[in-house]
Design a protein around this ligand. Structure first.
Ligand code: ASP
Ligand code: MG
Length: 418
């Protein structure tokens, strides 16, 4: 049995959904679980909707209307006016109406998950209905009854034993009746609330299903030829890797390579299931294979660019040295506010750390840190990580940049730039 994952770009318009059905048809005769993301940039739009709702911003209705129009335009191209999909989509969007007609709950992350999850619930309705229309027997499955998480909203922690039990007993009987279409990125709590697994988490969903079902492989269908050494939107002359080992792929995602979600590899590595990254526009192409003994051949360095970083520098209010006790307090505060640390450096009187910026979490963190420390920070920075670097490449990369913090190890260099 195979697991496929289609990301937002591969379902961003009617033509791409037709293409998805053609890709799936090539694999007729296989048992197939298809994990789908929200269409195009819908998750970003739903994030804006959530923020507008919580801020009491009247833009909220305009944002919501635009999201609905985008989806209706697509289904109008794919289905007859009488098709039941119009009701299914309307009934899915109504769940947002129910949330936003009340006063905002005070847990932002909780509200976020209840609203943002609609992107996947609606995209899968459309994909499943279209597959049936195109002659591929398909069943829509609500992932929230299979991927069980704790109630850590926006970063749901998967409860593996329960999830494994639900998937391994519930899904195989369905696979005999047709392909299973389900939502990436979502989970459900024991109280039946919706959680999300972290941005770009649909890859992780695919790997959870593969692991619980003992799949032959997972394929993530992308708008790039495979895993490249750098983002082709930022760099010219990128190269594709034919193979990578699990550990190289884990390193790359750890430093922020967005081609695969960081949590994806571990469950696959543990069950020795290969991950194929392939272009949805050319389904016969080999793409990249990530597997146990994947050969790592670097004719060019791997360059990973992470935007939206903030550099925080702390010093003790009483001029004392930054001690291990301070560090343990500081890390406690970072963990509590879910701040993701990407690089750090200590000196006698200060501790500097580069983290992902997220408005609400950063505000919480600053309030906590300011009780004991003097805090300075710089926002809007970019973290560049280069693996398997050469001196020549580094010089090119550094040219004309202001570097605020830099760290070098045998394989990896990281620099935080303005
Ligand atoms: N739709 C979600 C996101 O854009 C999950 C995913 O695409 O993997 O973050
Ligand atoms: Mg996406």
């Amino acid at each position: 049995m195979l697991v496929f994952k289609f990301g937002g770009a591969s379902v961003k318009d009617a033509d791409n959904i037709v293409n998805l059905a053609n890709v799936v048809k090539r694999f007729e005769g296989n048992q197939l679980v298809i994990v789908v993301s929200a269409m195009g940039k819908t998750t970003n739009a739903l994030e804006r909707l959530t923020k507008a709702y919580v801020d009491g911003d009247e833009q909220m209705h305009a944002i919501f209307d635009e999201i609905k129009k985008y989806h209706y335009d697509i289904i109008e191209q794919l289905f007859d006016k009488q098709d039941n999909i119009f009701n299914e989509v309307a009934n899915t969007f109504v769940e947002i109406d129910w949330v936003i007609e009340d006063e905002p709950h005070d847990d932002y992350d909780f509200i976020y998950d209840q609203i943002v999850s609609i992107g996947e619930l609606v995209s899968t309705r459309i994909v499943s209905a279209y597959l049936n229309k195109a002659g591929v027997k398909s069943q829509w499955v609500d992932v929230r009854g299979y991927v069980h998480t704790d109630n850590n909203y926006r970063e749901g922690g998967v409860q593996w034993a329960k999830t494994r039990e639900s998937i391994s007993t519930g899904i195989p009987p369905l696979l005999n009746k047709g392909v299973v279409v389900t939502q990436g990125f979502l989970g459900g709590t024991s109280e039946n609330f919706t959680t999300t697994l972290g941005r770009e988490g649909s890859d992780y969903t695919a790997s959870i299903f593969a692991s619980c079902l003992g799949a032959e492989s997972v394929t993530t269908w992308k708008d790039v030829p495979g895993v490249l050494n750098a983002d082709p939107k930022l760099f010219n002359d990128t190269i594709k890797f034919d193979e990578l080992s699990y550990s190289e792929a884990i390193e790359m995602t750890y430093y922020g390579a967005t081609v695969i979600h960081p949590k994806t590899i571990k469950p696959l590595q543990n069950a020795n299931i290969p991950l194929l990254v392939k272009p949805f526009g050319d389904p016969g192409a080999p793409g990249t294979v990530i597997k146990e003994n994947g050969r790592n051949i670097f004719t060019k360095p791997v360059i990973i660019v992470k935007q939206n970083q903030v550099l925080v520098s702390l010093s003790a209010k009483d001029y004392s040295f930054i001690s291990e006790n301070h560090l343990s307090d500081i890390f406690g505060m970072f963990a509590q506010s879910h701040a993701k640390v990407n690089m750090m450096q200590t000196s006698a009187l200060s501790f500097s750390v580069c983290i992902d910026y997220s408005e609400n979490r950063f505000k919480k963190l600053l309030t906590a840190l300011r009780q004991d420390f003097n805090v300075k920070y710089n926002e809007g920075l970019t973290l560049i990580t280069v693996r398997h670097y050469s001196a020549e490449w580094l010089n090119d990369l550094k040219a004309g940049k202001t570097i605020l913090m830099e760290q070098l190890s045998r394989n990896t260099i990281q620099m935080l730039v303005k």
